[in-house]
Ligand binder design. Sequence first.
Ligand SMILES: Cc1ncc(COP(=O)(O)O)c(C=O)c1O
Length: 377
Amino acid sequence: MKRKTKLIHGGISGDAHTGAVNVPIYQVSTYKQEGVGNHKGFEYSRTGNPTRHALEELIKDLEDGKRGFAFSSGMAAITAVMMLFKQGDHILLTDDVYGGTFRVITKVLNKFGIEATFIDTSSISNIQEAIQSNTVALYIETPTNPLLKITDIKAASALAKEHGLLTIVDNTFSTPYFQTPLPLGADIVLHSATKYLGGHSDVVSGLVVVNDDDLGSDLHFIQNSTGGILGPNDSWLLIRGIKTLGIRMEEHERSAQEIVSFLSTHPQVEKIYYPGLPAHPNHEISRQQALGFGGMISFDVGSEEKAANLLSKLKYFTLAESLGAVESLISVPAKMTHASIPKERRAELGITDGLVRISVGLEDVDDLIEDLKQALE
Ligand SMILES: Cc1ncc(COP(=O)(O)O)c(C=O)c1O
């Protein structure tokens, strides 16, 4: 099945009982049992719900994995994955991960004795050097949010495997339409499905796919035990969003490429981050491991004042957290999504106060460029 077909016919399509072409919303918490333990596969909706199950089957197919899981947010998904580890375990993570990931690791999971080191995983030798005797996992975000750094998934997971580590990839920015980390060697892939997978700024959710039955059982145990599940309405919204993921991603990327060309020559733009630029340090790796460079662009206008000035003049770019939606969104990571990262650390990473991140939406790209042009001037 080709990628666009899989988005529509992957997982479970329709309803076998009625012939409905869409999976219905099973707004139900519990299920009748004919005798104790004698049921039709569902007993309680925290453990399993047919609408959520259809979504979990779909994301499993899209990521070429063994088992999928839907959570109430990307952070719930990340936290559930981290629950696979125990006190004294050490995890290596990409240094400019999403601010919320940094926060849960350094302010919540640290209390449970899970140790972590943040490194620039775009260099494989950095990973090699940071592995400790108690390291159990390598957590990669690629492309990263907001600096769009790229890690070589194949090389990183091969190294991780040599050392007995699990490789976890946050695939939010690329989506399985452009990048599938499991066939490249990763063990677990996860998403903030709030972003491109949902695509319409109307649902908060997280998805996880694993490539191994035992990992699948462990994660289901955690999902059922900790309970951060996605409800049936939101599961249905995600299934609907995913059907158009292919055409959306292609259009996001086409427009992003045009905007990057415009920004690259603009005198007000000091630095631009986009993996599709040949000058991007890991452009070739991105080209090899992904089928597209995506619709996210970050650029530095040099100062907080200039960034504020730009934001105040834009008409079509909505100032908002989040990304991956039909409407173009703009944010200042240092003040918004990455405010939970200490200022000195942000400075080290290059997340300056003048850094602006845009999520290119599906508006006409001429309007978007015109808007940026008048605002930058
Ligand atoms: C790359 C990445 N991972 C994880 C998350 C967390 O997801 P959520 O906001 O759905 O909890 C985000 C949110 O912005 C993100 O950008």
